[in-house]
Write a protein that binds this ligand. Structure first.
Ligand code: CU
Length: 412
């Protein structure tokens, strides 16, 4: 505190730096920018928020100017106390009527927009469940004219047909989460025991990212999500891929992937379902995550490699370069790249996919808690009846990880 002048002279600098940082944030390509709607619901919100933002901005500037003027003009310079008065009816009426009119002007379009957004009409219904700390999606029925002949359960990445109003039915299994894809609509809380609806529609194929916006515990910051919009034809292909019979892609006897299948059954399948997986003697392998995980659920891994990120959509399955390529693809090229996924840019017959970020998946399998804190620590299991909150460290050997990766790559 020796040099208050120096400190004071820093203030404008700090202020300038803050403004510069905020402006830089606006200029930069920000995928979760609420001012860049990419679908009709988000546009309804944008059409409302922009004029309000401007009006509120002008009111804010007037208030700041008035306060600033009063501070400087009437600064205490030892002058006489001015005459004290009370009440000025015309001014009080005026200052009541003007804000009331502004509020009515804001209220009417706001209520109209709320009703507009509540429109439930849709061409597809998808169930969404919040989990600590990832989102589960399950599909059935018809979606954008595409018939979904068997249930599809996936995680993190919501795949929808573009140009189609999709109704999400959102709930939670554990605590309150909140679903938010800023480019497609506002936020909706996911509350245990309740169903909340949210309508998403994307104008064009592309990837639209978001994140959980209700603090939901330790790894809330690692609970992200994305909506991937595909043309209806590409969406049909995606559905066909998800429902491809296990036998069509089953690892051949004697391969590394076949060893991976056995390791998967012994190490992973108590928590993770892979649809139609059978033991060596032909018994169906059914996951029982309710016995091992507090929330009673773990991601379905049937077609893991068709996703682009895992574990709350936080860790990439695609290498950075390929992710950039996918995210920046024009709408008419996006779908085919997305459907190739980790196999993008890979020559036919190549043993390993070029775009696969293998190191990240290996890190995850080696010690998931090191990447994403989840209270999976075995020391804390007394209070939860032996169940972990996330995926525990299974102390796999590198050889087992090799097998599992081969198995998971085969299954897509
Ligand atoms: Cu959450």
């Amino acid at each position: 505190m020796k040099s208050p002048h120096l400190k004071r002279s820093f203030r404008p600098l700090v202020g300038l730096a803050t403004v510069a940082a905020v402006l830089a944030g606006c200029a930069e390509d920000a995928p979760q920018d609420t001012f860049k709607p990419k679908g009709p619901n988000a546009r309804t919100i944008d059409d409302l928020q922009r004029p309000l933002f401007y009006v509120a901005g002008v009111v804010g500037l007037i208030v700041f100017a008035a306060v600033g003027y009063s501070l400087l003009r009437f600064k205490d310079r030892g002058q006489e106390m001015p005459e004290q008065t009370h009440g000025k009816t015309w001014l009080e009426v005026l200052l009541t009527v003007i804000p009331a009119l502004i509020l009515v002007g804001v209220g009417i379009p706001t209520v109209a927009a709320v009703f507009d957004l509540d429109d439930q009409s849709n061409e597809c219904v998808i169930n969404v469940t919040g989990q600590q700390w990832w989102w589960e999606y399950d599909y059935s029925g018809t979606c954008g004219g595409v018939e979904i002949t068997a249930p599809i359960v996936t995680s993190g990445e919501l795949v929808i047909p573009a140009g189609t109003p999709v109704l999400l039915r959102i709930t939670s299994r554990d605590v309150i989460h909140s679903y938010w894809i800023p480019a497609l609509n506002g936020k909706r809380d996911a509350v245990p025991g309740r169903l909340h609806t949210l309508r998403l529609e994307a104008d064009e194929p592309g990837i639209y990212t978001g994140q959980c916006t209700e603090f939901c515990g330790l790894s809330h910051a690692r609970m992200r999500q994305a909506a991937v919009a595909l043309s209806v034809a590409d969406f049909q292909t995606w559905v066909d891929n998800q429902l491809e019979p296990y036998a069509d892609n089953a690892p051949a006897v004697g391969t590394l992937a076949a060893e991976g299948e056995a390791t998967f059954i012994s190490q992973c399948s108590r928590c993770h379902q892979v649809n139609e997986l059978l033991t060596a003697d032909g018994t169906p392998v059914l996951a029982e995550p309710d016995l091992y995980v507090v929330s009673g659920s773990a991601p379905n891994l049937t077609n893991l490699m068709t996703r682009t990120a895992i574990a709350g959509w936080t860790f990439d399955l695609l290498t950075e370069r390929c992710r950039e390529q996918l995210w920046n693809a024009p709408p008419d090229e996006f779908g085919s790249l997305y459907l190739q996924g980790v196999w993008m840019n890979t020559a036919a017959g190549a043993a390993k996919p070029v775009c696969f970020d293998e190191a990240t998946l290996r890190d995850w399998l080696r010690d998931p808690g090191a990447l994403k804190p989840m209270y999976a620590d075995p020391l804390n299991l007394d209070s939860t009846g032996g169940r972990t909150r996330g995926m525990p460290n299974l102390h796999l050997t590198e050889a087992q990880i090799d097998q599992l990766i081969a198995f998971l790559l085969e299954r897509n």
